[in-house]
Ligand binder design. Structure first.
Ligand SMILES: Cc1cc2nc3c(=O)[nH]c(=O)nc-3n(C[C@H](O)[C@H](O)[C@H](O)COP(=O)(O)O)c2cc1C
Length: 201
């Protein structure tokens, strides 16, 4: 299923095409494709080139780690993410390696890496559904994540599936139109709340 973004202004097709499905096809993602997705994440920019990201990845054939990752998610997300062929946890290092000073941009950089990954995925017909609905403490314990790292998102990814495979409430959300705030609400110039003039010129 396609859910093209109804963009107000022209954007790249890959960005229009990317969306977050909950229905996934029963089709594995080959290892070479997975390598390319994380290679794309690798080339994201980061503060001081710290690259403060790590991903704990479980493919469905790795039953133990797949179950371990599902065990970290809230029930709502387990209901649909269990059908994805790949799950991952996105983890950021909260201190700079060179001096242990706090790196307040680490979650920002992790988000950039994940965004690169989602766009690379879209170019290959693979879709990523990121999740905040998980327990970071459970993740820390289950995967022995060090104290200076923290998990900021879980990811389910794979080829899109049939919305009919979902329970009714999720099916409705799957086929609902994609919506966004207008640019005028978040692109400002000069002073907070003042819409950037180029939006209307
Ligand atoms: C950091 C983050 C956390 C999210 N958490 C969840 C979640 O726990 N469960 C869920 O079903 N969707 C989750 N989403 C998906 C968003 O609801 C979705 O990205 C948003 O509605 C926009 O839809 P689109 O990605 O299809 O454009 C999350 C997305 C992001 C980026």
């Amino acid at each position: 299923m396609q859910k093209l973004a109804p963009a107000e202004f022209p954007i790249h097709d890959l960005i229009r095409e990317r969306w977050s499905p909950r229905a996934f096809a029963d089709k594995p993602v080959p290892p070479d494709v997975l390598r390319s997705l994380f290679e794309a994440a690798r080339w994201a920019p980061s503060s001081n080139n710290e690259q403060p990201w790590a991903y704990l990845v479980a493919t469905k054939d790795d039953k133990e780690n797949f179950a371990k990752t599902l065990g970290v998610l809230v029930e709502f997300n387990v209901n649909w993410a269990k059908n994805a062929p790949v799950l991952a946890l996105a983890v950021a290092k909260l201190t700079f390696s060179k001096n242990n000073a706090p790196n307040r941009n680490a979650p920002y950089d992790l988000g950039a890496a994940s965004a690169f990954l989602t766009v690379e995925a879209a170019s290959r017909g693979i879709f990523v559904h990121q999740m905040a609905g998980f327990d970071p403490q459970k993740a820390r314990q289950a995967f022995e994540i060090p104290a200076d790292w923290d998990t900021f998102a879980a990811l389910a990814l794979g080829y899109p599936g049939d919305p009919e495979s979902l329970p009714q409430a999720l099916k409705d959300r799957e086929v609902a139109p994609r919506t966004r705030k207008p640019l005028s609400e978040f692109v400002m110039t000069g002073q907070w709340g003042h819409t950037a003039p180029f939006l209307s010129k």
